[in-house]
Write a protein that binds this ligand. Sequence first.
Ligand SMILES: Nc1ncnc2c1ncn2[C@@H]1O[C@H](COP(=O)(O)OP(=O)(O)OP(=O)(O)O)[C@@H](O)[C@H]1O
Length: 234
Amino acid sequence: MIEISGLSKRFRSRAVLQRLDLTVRPGAVNLLVGANGAGKTTLLRIIAQLAAPDAGTVRINGLDLGTEPLRALAQLSFLPQAPRFHPRLTTRQVAQYYGRLRRREPSAVDAELARWQLTDHLQVMTHQLSGGMRQRLALAVFALAHAPVLVLDEPGLSLDPFWREQLQQFLTDAAREGRTVLVATHLLGEWEGRVDACHHMQAGRIVGELPPARLRAAFAEAEGLPLPDREGIE
Ligand SMILES: Nc1ncnc2c1ncn2[C@@H]1O[C@H](COP(=O)(O)OP(=O)(O)OP(=O)(O)O)[C@@H](O)[C@H]1O
């Protein structure tokens, strides 16, 4: 569970988060949606303690990020919008490094690399991987943690349709295991009918939930946009 209360963040004169409240429940796939600049990435970076709030609290599985950061962060795995790895390390070296950091057995690292079909690319340096393969390596590292709380920022953008489907299945399975899953995304079409809750963010606040069965139309209505009228328009 993630419990956020009164979260505020300014960048100079710009109020990016404005006394934001949000509860993300376990056992469910939760989307975080909002227009460009609504503050989604800022919120997720604060949850992962990559940015500090000006006010407010974040609790991860009951642990206050402000007062018990190490214990709170041990509950969390975070996938940033643009994961980066050392360019001259190979796929295997990166995975092994994070495996050791997370105290995982080498066999668990190999299993994760196999799950994301990276076994044929183990000796490839990360700067030579395609964008989608690099994202699959990021997902392998992300999944290695076996964390109870999963937070992902636009995880599907560079993945092809097959891997987007695999990612959805992975996150759905994680939720069914009782984990907490929060995904920021613009890809509303492919999540329609496949999420449990969708939190709508506008100008630094959560303004409501959108009905999972009609995400695109409800988002367009709430944002005052033209209704989507073609298959594939996100
Ligand atoms: N480090 C920073 N310094 C100054 N302003 C920032 C910084 N990071 C974000 N912002 C501003 O905060 C606002 C929210 O940005 P954020 O990236 O959180 O939005 P977002 O909802 O994730 O947008 P997008 O959908 O485009 O990814 C934007 O106006 C952005 O310019």
